[in-house]
Design a protein around this ligand. Structure first.
Ligand SMILES: [Zn+2]
Length: 174
């Protein structure tokens, strides 16, 4: 079952969700097995999410679209702050929305900074933040929909840190 969190693009997202769910069904446990169209669709709505960014200081507006194992898509945008250090990125905004909605398993995240002229790879903090929920996350970015760049989070954050339940540190899950 697909559920859309944000209502402003409900029709389009519902169609996207159906396509993404189909991808999940055929992809099994291999997160790299996905059609180009699905990546483009997720990247497209990430770019639309960037319109909601609050970036009066940098002017660098970023959007993220996070696909969960349940088939939900959570959108995020960067929110800057006068103190600078309190700024939060689009990726973490999307992840916090998903986690506080009960989601724990993530399939893919698309990140877009429309008009920036380049890809928008997650920063170091976001890589570590997302790694908490699994290193197999598929990360999609690019300069535009026809020039996507894709990597697994494990590749972007080698030996990411995560605590065991007994609070002993562990290395990369692989
Ligand atoms: Zn970040």
């Amino acid at each position: 079952m697909f559920f859309v969190v944000q209502t402003s693009h409900q029709g389009e997202l519902a169609q996207l969700g159906e396509r993404l769910l189909c991808t999940q069904e055929v992809s099994g446990s291999n997160p790299l097995f996905s059609t180009r169209m699905d990546d483009k669709a997720l990247f497209k709505i990430a770019g639309e999410a960037a319109e909601k960014a609050y970036a009066p200081f940098s002017g660098y507006k970023v959007g993220a679209a996070l696909l969960t194992a349940r088939g939900n898509v959570y959108l995020g945008a960067n929110v800057e702050n006068s103190s600078y250090g309190a700024t939060i990125c689009a990726e973490r905004t999307a992840a916090v929305k998903a986690v506080t909605d009960g989601e724990r398993e993530f399939i893919a995240i698309a990140v877009s900074a429309p008009g920036s002229g380049g890809p928008a790879w997650p920063c170091g903090i976001c890589r570590q933040f997302l790694f908490e929920f699994g290193g197999e996350l598929r990360v999609i970015t690019g300069t535009d929909e026809d020039n996507l760049e894709i990597a697994l989070l494990n590749e972007l954050l080698v030996n990411g840190f995560r605590l065991n339940k007994d609070y002993s540190g562990i290395k990369n899950e692989q």
